[in-house]
Design a protein around this ligand. Structure first.
Ligand code: MGD
Ligand code: MGD
Ligand code: MO
Length: 768
């Protein structure tokens, strides 16, 4: 239990707005990371921990999924925000039975997500029994028996949903999905459903695999890198070092974003002298300040300009040989792109025709182009189509499957990509299910399961009544907070396997369990032997991660031990899966993975190599495209963009520099010049004036959503301070998760069913 309550109470209206910073990292970043570490865990543990971060013998950073440079791991291969992620997990503050005795669930519900997270690591399994106001301790075996009992009591296995957040290791993810499929359902929603699902949908259809096709050396050697809808200075800071290197090698970088994000504009590498003095390196050569949702129009417009340039100078722009040998659908796509109206492109993007032409010229001049993207593209109604139009652009010039070129969806959670590889997906293909069945003598269900949005619908409609969360913070990360909370409250049982306290522990079913687990930094000993787990980064490299810190208490169990414990209670001692052996030795899990998942042959040996190993990627490795046509598919996508309705604004919800998703590290967004509060709305000065407000006014946000039956639904989020900011007219920005109550559950991307967190129609109401 901690005594830090006072230190972290705050008045949201103490927010201070300064000038936004035009550079990222530098000395302040080093100072912030050390200060946060020392606050949370003292100087000795801080030094010991940061030394092990992303080192060969250390643990994988629980922050983002950006890869380490192969063969070049230097000391301190971490960034400010990686250090914050580690400090958050390695904290010596704890939340145990006394804490829960002192705080009722309703007391805790009144606290902010920031306050909850600051209380420390969960140390004991806890249960909230029906009608009780407080969580109480429970033994592990009793908790497992309770879960097994509730699961067995369901009329169908499909009445349970099993969520996964992307920090779970490969081994834990593999045993988790195995337990769920042996139980009889594919209801495996995950954070990826809300994240890069649009990338997966778009890439599988076009190039046959939902993963990025480039490596760090490819980026370092590219001629041209487009970075669209991504804020690497905050969310993937180590990517800036790669970009800096690319620039040193002559690359041009074009940033496409409604906001002039700090890391893109200038970057100071704190590990280099010139990062500490001087102005740093300018990362972006061009900044295209695009309107929210305008990217598809931009990519289509660029496609048209490339085709016209080829017409003018045949043989100089398109890669005809690549198109003929490796692609399908070129003629239809070209015909479609040729009729794109450039006036519409200008209106949709807010860019001038000169800017668009200059970007086309940069593409034409480049022999090696990479397009990077993240949530600004995926969390849009037309996210899948936008990414497919980006792929069209690359295919026109043969930019897939050659060094220095390709697609680069930059992943979020540190092992979100690995979890998918391990089978965390509601619609794994038959080949995977058949191999799983053959390995374990089970019969996996074949019908697809529920994703995140459909899980909420099922719980809301009484069709699912047990929720299990393997990490994450489902209640706060999902859209439509009121609906989602009601859905979870309707459950018979909610179970959260977690490291830290969050709101999902407080919005519960009739009975609720909190199961405290080890994190990435913790030492994991089973059967007297130190265990290690593996992860896959954003570029399909798999390597080991070994925690080394003393766990927050002797009751904590690894995610693997927790899953295997539930499975043993559920299936009894004579099950065909060796659950007990799996817990005792993670090598046994890897042996099974090696037989089930292609690319993992000889897993235990390969993963022990110095930098682990890379997974096969047919388009990258051999220009082989495992699609319906056997070729890379050009696609024809109807153009969508987002005109701003009269008197309304389009809101994007994003991360501050001081948070990890729903985990709030602090209340400052240094790069955007905001201090001491999160309830802010970034808005163009001209919009402030046009709507009759002044800088600093406080407003409520009301989202407007036309339901399929034609009625307009309204949702509210109260009390935001207006902050004048260089964002396009009609486009505003605020932080997630405070704004999640505004996002209608049905406001999802076509095909991927991803919540549209980056384009919500709102109006403002003055606070009286
Ligand atoms: N420190 C830290 N690191 C993280 C995370 C974190 O919360 N904190 N989260 C992790 C996770 S799970 C993920 S998915 C990634 C997220 O990484 P990002 O995708 O970088 O995260 P967001 O803050 O959502 O930023 C979205 C960016 O897209 C821009 N944008 C919004 N709408 C549009 C649009 O229509 N077009 C274009 N071109 N741009 C647009 C926004 O201005 C913003 O710069 O980061 C991962 N890493
Ligand atoms: N409005 C809006 N909503 C969004 C987004 C957005 O941009 N805007 N982004 C979406 C995206 S990209 C994502 S990925 C999701 C994120 O959704 P989630 O992954 O569900 O959310 P997190 O906040 O990352 O989860 C944090 C919790 O995970 C637990 N945890 C941390 N490490 C571990 C571990 O090692 N093991 C276990 N068992 N638990 C652990 C801790 O208890 C912590 O409180 O949110 C989505 N929601
Ligand atoms: Mo994410």
């Amino acid at each position: 239990m901690t005594d830090t309550t006072d230190r972290y109470t705050f008045d949201e209206h103490d927010v201070v707005v300064t000038h936004e910073k035009s550079y990222a990292a530098g000395v302040p970043a080093v100072l912030v990371s050390l200060r946060r570490g020392i606050e949370q865990m003292g100087p000795v543990r801080t030094a010991r921990t940061l030394m092990k971060l992303n080192q060969r013998e250390g643990f994988d950073c629980p922050g983002c999924a950006w890869p380490e440079t192969p063969g070049h791991r230097k000391h301190a291969e971490f960034c400010e925000n990686g250090a914050k992620a580690v400090a958050e997990e390695a904290t010596t503050r704890t939340v145990g039975p006394e804490f829960f005795a002192a705080h009722s669930v309703s007391d805790l519900l009144g606290r902010t997500e920031f306050w909850l997270g600051q209380q420390g690591r969960l140390t004991h399994p806890m249960v909230l029994v029906p009608g009780s106001s407080h969580y109480e301790p429970i033994g592990w075996d009793a908790a497992f028996a309770m879960i097994a009992g509730e699961l067995r009591a369901l009329a169908s296995p499909h009445e349970a949903v099993f969520y996964t957040s992307g920090r779970t290791s490969n081994e834990a993810a593999f045993v988790y999905q195995l337990m769920i499929r042996a139980f009889g359902t594919n209801n495996l929603p995950d954070c990826s459903n809300m994240c890069h699902e649009s990338s997966g949908s778009a890439l599988v259809e076009t190039i046959g695999i939902g993963k990025g096709s480039v490596s760090v050396p490819d980026l370092e050697n590219a001629d041209l890198i487009l970075i669209a809808g991504q804020n690497p200075g905050t969310n993937h800071p180590r990517m800036l070092s790669t970009l800096e290197k690319a620039k040193g090698n002559g690359a041009r970088v074009i940033a496409i974003n409604p906001l002039p994000e700090a890391g893109l504009m200038r970057f100071k590498d704190p590990q280099k002298v010139h990062g500490v003095v001087g102005d740093g390196v300018q990362i972006a050569d061009e900044f295209l300040q695009i309107r929210i949702g305008g990217d598809q129009a931009l990519f289509q417009g660029l496609g048209r300009l490339l085709l016209e340039a080829e017409d003018r100078n045949p043989g100089t722009v398109l890669d005809r040989e690549f198109i003929d040998r490796h692609t399908a659908g070129f003629e239809e796509c070209a015909a479609h792109l040729r009729q794109v109206d450039l006036g519409t492109v200008a209106a949709a993007t807010g860019l001038t025709l000169a800017q668009i032409q200059a970007t086309a010229d940069a593409l034409i001049a480049s022999k090696k182009t990479i397009i990077c993207w993240a949530m600004g593209l995926t969390q849009q109604t037309h996210g899948v189509a936008t990414i497919q139009d980006a792929v069209n652009l690359l295919l026109l010039q043969g930019m897939i499957g050659k060094p220095g070129a390709g697609v680069c969806p930059v992943r979020g959670h540190s092992n979100v990509q690995g979890d998918r590889t391990m089978g965390i997906w509601e619609k794994m293909p038959e080949s995977f299910l058949a191999a799983l069945d053959a390995e374990f003598g089970i019969r996996s269900p074949r019908e697809h399961g529920l994703d995140a949005v459909d899980s909420i619908r099922a719980m809301r409609d009484g069709k699912a009544s047990v929720f299990v969360g393997m990490g994450g913070n489902f209640v706060s990360a999902t859209p439509d907070t009121e609906t989602t909370e009601a859905a979870l409250r309707g459950c018979a049982l909610t179970v959260q396997v977690s490291t830290k306290l969050n709101r999902s522990h407080l919005v519960t079913g009739r009975t609720a369990l909190i199961l405290p687990s080890l994190g990435r930094t913790d030492k994991d000993v089973q059967n007297g032997k130190k265990q290690q787990v593996s992860v896959e980064d954003s570029m399909s490299m798999v390597h080991l991660s070994r925690g080394s810190l003393k766990p927050a208490g002797d009751q904590l169990r690894s995610e693997i031990a927790i899953v295997c414990g539930i499975a043993q209670a559920l299936f009894g001692p004579d099950h065909s899966v060796p659950w007990r052996e799996f817990t005792a030795d993670y090598d046994r899990i890897r042996d099974s993975i090696a037989r089930v998942i292609p690319g993992f042959e000889d897993f235990n040996a390969k993963v022990r190599g110095p930098d682990g190993f890379g997974l096969p990627h047919p388009p990258r490795d051999e220009r082989r495209f495992v699609t319906d046509t056997g070729k890379a598919n050009f696609t024809v996508n109807e153009l969508s963009w987002l005109p701003v309705p009269e008197g309304r604004l389009i809101l994007q919800t994003m991360r501050s520099h001081d948070q990890y998703n729903t985990t709030i590290y602090g209340l400052d967004d240094r790069y955007r010049g905001v201090k001491g509060g999160r309830r802010v709305l970034f808005i163009a000065p001209d919009d402030i004036a046009a709507l009759g407000y002044t800088d600093g006014d406080r407003v409520d946000l009301i989202s407007e959503w036309e339901a399929p039956d034609g009625t307009v639904q309204e949702r509210r989020a109260d009390d935001f301070r207006l902050v004048p900011y260089p964002t396009p007219r009609g486009n505003v920005a605020a932080y997630y998760p405070e704004t999640n109550p505004l996002i209608p559950l049905d406001h999802v991307a076509k095909k991927s069913n991803t919540p549209v967190s980056k384009a919500i129609t709102i109006r403002l109401e003055r606070r009286l």
